[in-house]
Design a protein around this ligand. Structure first.
Ligand code: MG
Length: 159
């Protein structure tokens, strides 16, 4: 059995007049994350962890943000495509652990829906995906509610 670990990080700006997609779920908030796709920071961090573990570089290499077909795309589609890429290398997910860093709003109440949604996309058990959330104690760009970050680690197994 081959065991591989991957790490992912992502950050996006928050601005008015944008939908706030996070962990595959639409969060009701007066600001949303901005970017080429739907700017789902958590899903992007998870994708980078999975690609990194499989030795498949990163999200920017696999899904370039200059490509018109990825403009405004639902990041769950990118996650689903990532699963095909890692499966083609013979990998299955052991587990994923992740942390969202965001000042506002409170994310805790949305975590069960995120786990439900993303575990379905990845075709894994809900006990294989952990999502945590914390603030930056009002420090820096996250504390000023100008942006959001997410971190993820993924363990992949190959028989
Ligand atoms: Mg991103």
């Amino acid at each position: 059995m081959m065991i591989r670990i991957g790490f992912g990080f992502d950050t996006h700006q928050l601005d008015f007049n944008h939908e706030f997609w996070l962990g595959g779920v639409l969060i009701p908030h007066h600001k949303g994350a901005t970017g080429h796709s739907d700017a789902d920071t958590l899903v992007h961090a998870i994708i980078d962890a999975l690609l990194g573990a499989a030795g498949l570089r990163d999200i920017g290499t696999q899904f370039p943000d200059t490509a018109p077909e990825f403009r405004g795309i639902d990041s769950k589609v990118l996650l689903s495509d990532t699963m095909k890429l890692i499966a083609s290398r013979g990998f299955v997910i052991g587990n994923i652990d992740s942390t969202i860093v965001l000042q506002s709003p409170k994310i805790g109440p949305h975590i069960p829906a995120m786990i439900e949604t993303l575990s379905k996309v990845m075709n894994i058990g809900t006990d294989q995906l952990s999502i945590k959330a914390k603030t930056s104690e009002k420090l820096g760009f996250i504390g000023r509610e100008e942006g959001i970050s997410a971190y993820a680690v993924a363990l992949l197994n190959k028989e």
